[in-house]
Design a binder for this molecule. Structure first.
Ligand code: FAD
Length: 390
């Protein structure tokens, strides 16, 4: 299977990652059956902010992958697939305290070393570019060449471009495999479905399919959307991210206690004139609920950073679950012990940015082509003991 191109594939999950994998496999002439427990973009992809951004990525493989991810958005926009869906803009990471300034300076160095174009703004220059910011802001780092996309719109475009049909309300319950270490297909409530390859892109649902409940962590996030405020919106040259956001994006050591709720502020000016404001990182709780503690905390932080937001009404709030991995890196690659089964999950807060590039890379892997991004750091085999096939 490594050298020959398969004819049929099952992709499990129609979030942005599964939809992108299905798209790039279909483009290679492979017949794809896309199984979805619920509906397309029903989970994290439909509850995300949508920053297509290198700015917040940890230095190392995630930053490198995100640079390729943003470049692919531009390429697909240029080709027409993402036309009208990708809003180009800068990200401004801002610091108001000594601690945030120190974290931001180090992060700015790392971005520069990775080849990302940035500018440090202080004093008058800062408020000329970002007049709406609170006077307490001490440093802003402008990260050029970033963008924004709505996850469910990207999924819709990926699925409709080649007429990919989603088998809705058809969860894969288990992988089928033979005695020789090959995946045969999946078990569903409609019966067995067979294919040459199986790709698991089921977000948090991947934990059950792979036996990785201790490795994949549902990480809830709460977000807010305001009414339209066109004049204030126009005063934003890009999205504003607090230095604290960088600190809230940590990872957990095995066996470490569940951390307190992380609050990292992002204020994103939408094309509609509204603002999307978030968000929390919570390794517990019901993903469907917002709580007044989180909502009031996010609002207070947002008004402290952009005082004029106090005049803008909150329209709605929502929540979703990111799929985090214990070591902070996604799982992308072959399922250990199964030559023709693959997994792509664990993208935490980065899957809108990385979804299309991961889709292309997994399709390349399935077809024996050279991968667009280095998959070694993301090899699922690092958690082999938990894998279904081990
Ligand atoms: C509040 C919040 C803000 C975010 N902001 C950003 C951002 O600004 N930028 C960014 O890049 N990312 C952001 N993210 C992260 C991003 O949304 C996710 O990383 C990304 O959507 C993950 O996509 P996915 O396809 O892997 O998973 P999902 O979107 O969760 O999709 C998985 C799909 O699999 C289905 N499924 C599950 N189990 C099964 C099964 N057994 N059989 C069949 N189907 C199954 C589910 O129903 C679901 O549709 C944010 C996430 C949240 C929650």
């Amino acid at each position: 299977m490594r050298s020959s191109i398969p004819q049929t594939a099952i992709v499990i999950g129609s979030g942005i990652v599964g939809a992108a994998i299905a798209y790039f496999l279909t483009r290679r002439g492979i017949r794809v059956q896309l199984l979805e427990a619920s509906a397309p973009a029903a989970e994290a992809t439909g509850a995300a902010d949508g920053a297509v951004s290198v700015a917040s990525k940890r230095p190392g493989p995630m930053m490198v992958a995100a640079i390729a991810g943003v470049a692919l958005y531009r390429e697909l926009e240029h080709e027409g697939l993402f036309a009208g869906l990708f809003k180009s803009r800068s990200t401004f990471i801002v610091a108001t305290s000594d601690e945030e300034c120190a974290v931001l300076e180090a992060h700015a160095d790392a971005l520069e070393q990775a080849g990302v174009r940035i500018e440090r703004l202080t004093g008058g220059a800062l408020f000329e570019v970002l007049p709406a910011l609170s006077p307490s802001t001490r440093l802003a780092v402008q990260v050029h060449g970033e963008g924004h996309a709505i996850g469910y719109q990207i999924v819709h475009r990926l699925l409709t471009a080649d007429g990919i049909v989603v088998d809705r309300h058809t969860p894969a319950n288990a992988l089928l495999r033979d005695a020789n270490g090959r995946a045969l297909g999946v078990e569903t409530h409609k019966g067995q479905i067979k294919a040459d390859v199986v790709v698991i892109a089921a977000g948090t649902g991947s934990a059950t399919l792979l036996g990785l409940a201790d490795i994949l962590i549902p990480r809830k996030g709460q977000l807010l959307v305001t009414e339209r405020a066109p004049r204030l919106n126009a005063a934003f040259a890009g999205s504003i991210m607090s230095g604290r956001y960088l600190m809230s994006k940590g990872n957990r050591k095995p066996g470490a206690p569940t951390p307190a709720r992380g609050l990292g502020l992002v204020i994103d000016p939408l094309v509609t004139g509204q603002f999307l404001i978030g968000g929390t990182r919570e390794d517990h709780g019901d993903r469907r609920t917002n709580d007044i503690g989180a909502v009031s905390h996010i609002l207070a932080d947002a008004v402290a950073l952009v005082p004029q937001l106090v005049h803008v009404r909150l329209l709605r709030s929502f929540a979703g679950n990111r799929t985090a991995v214990l070591d902070g890196l996604p799982l992308i690659g072959r399922v250990p012990g199964l030559d023709n089964a693959f997994v792509a999950t664990g993208f935490e807060g980065d899957g809108i940015c990385l979804g299309p590039i991961v889709g292309r890379t997994v399709a390349e892997l399935v077809c024996g082509e050279a991968p667009s991004i280095d998959l070694v750091p993301f090899d699922p085999a690092r958690f082999k003991s938990g894998m279904v096939a081990a």
